[in-house]
Design a binder for this molecule. Sequence first.
Ligand SMILES: Cc1cc2nc3c(=O)[nH]c(=O)nc-3n(C[C@H](O)[C@H](O)[C@H](O)COP(=O)(O)OP(=O)(O)OC[C@H]3O[C@@H](n4cnc5c(N)ncnc54)[C@H](O)[C@@H]3O)c2cc1C
Length: 494
Amino acid sequence: MPEHAVVIGAGLGGLAAASLLAGKGYKVTVYEKNSTPGGKMQQVTASGYRFDTGPSLFTMPFILEKLFVECGKNMGDYLEIKEPEPLCRYFYPDNVIFDNHADRKRSMNEIKKFAPEDAEAYSSFLDRSEDLYNRTADAFLFNPLYGLRDIRHLKLLDFLDIDAFSTVSDKVDHHFKSDYLRQFFKRFTTYNGSSPFRAPATLNVIPHVELNQGGYYVLGGLYKIAEAMQTLATEMGVEFHFDEEVQSIDHSGKKAVGVTLISGKTDPCDLLIANSDATDTIINLLPEKALGRRKRERQKAIEPSCSGFVMMLGCNRRWEKLKHHNIFFSGDYRQEFEDIFSHKRMPVDPTIYIANTSFTDQGHAPKNSSNLFILVNAPYVADGQNWDKIRSEYSRFLINELEKRGLDGLTDSVEYSELIAPDDFLKRYGSNRGSIYGTSSNGKFAAFLRPRNKLRNIENLYLVGGSTHPGGGIPLVIQSAFNAIELLRRENDV
Ligand SMILES: Cc1cc2nc3c(=O)[nH]c(=O)nc-3n(C[C@H](O)[C@H](O)[C@H](O)COP(=O)(O)OP(=O)(O)OC[C@H]3O[C@@H](n4cnc5c(N)ncnc54)[C@H](O)[C@@H]3O)c2cc1C
């Protein structure tokens, strides 16, 4: 009889782990509380418009490719990826526009038009970003960082030069003269839901990932990734149960032995993978006696990443100035992050991101129309917030704000709209306080606080997903499944 593995959650981490386990001969069952796979990667189609409701940028595709290869398949048979051109258009408050291209020389020529003093610095910063990647990727991404053996083979000298003791903002300010390039490079810290004014400068590795390695789109929309991963898992023999929420992890001695569903059904298993948020798994799904009080308290104290305030607008017109990815910068970046992380309120002067996928995929909106996915970084859910009130006030404010920043006639053009606020991320996916990238990196040691891919003290229980090592975002979440399988291999020689 093959051993039975249960996976809690069909987010990208759960889907990846399910396929890898099926490939190792496990009989795998996935329980997902919602009715579709993908977790925070979802899509909405309505009134002729189509939107991705979660990720819009796909980086490090080689990690997803590795999953398909491991399962004996070819990613290209499932997904067609493409780099938008330009990579992203940036709008500054004084009307300067920066088209950032994959081609470094082209970007430098753009920079020469508004910040000539920083054109060469753009290139040298990207070289430094690559250097940081080379020093840190094996240690912090492609390594479970679980025990001494994981640290032993690392080149420790590399760690003396990874900028862990200054902030992203300090290093960027030191490197660039103009506020344009300073704000541009600080922005990448938000890719893992953190503040550039608090996160260690090691995170200056992120620009390398998008600007040197490539920032991709999947034709048809990023939800195609979730669909492809579910197809892959099904082909590998994984069984899915949607609309089935796990209520608790069954536990005997020091072992996870199965799950009990809200419906009352139980499913005993030999191996359990939790793709549910790590905080939720530790605090709510595991029985109190399974982990010590200190471990539970420590988990509660870890700061979540920021959340997001999303508006999807179907508009019966197009704007020539909008490309595929667009960023409208705020006037005071420091204040924006103070609002989000210190005051835990929506930013008074937000940076606004717009994904306009109908620029690339014309079928995503009716003719001469636009599907605008609008995202503003938002605080995680905290006491004293009234999200129903914020929803209606802030959405009106955002539409006004975008009109002021150049999207003339936006209000009158809207024929479809839908909102997702931080409390929705909490309710829909059980993500800790509505965070969208797991835990924040707002501290020197944040990478070491994130739960590892196996819980110590509990046998047979592995954790995957953005709230676990190595962190949030599509590629890292898929990597977390590889890390979990590596830890499983070490213990069981599978
Ligand atoms: C608005 C937004 C924009 C983003 N933009 C990007 C981007 O551009 N690029 C990028 O790389 N990343 C982006 N991300 C982050 C990325 O979406 C996430 O890091 C990733 O999808 C998380 O995957 P996960 O495996 O952690 O699972 P999750 O998506 O958290 O899924 C977990 C699943 O488990 C299910 N579940 C939880 N508890 C239970 C239970 N008790 N029983 C059964 N099922 C349960 C949930 O319903 C969910 O389906 C974005 C996220 C959001 C929300």
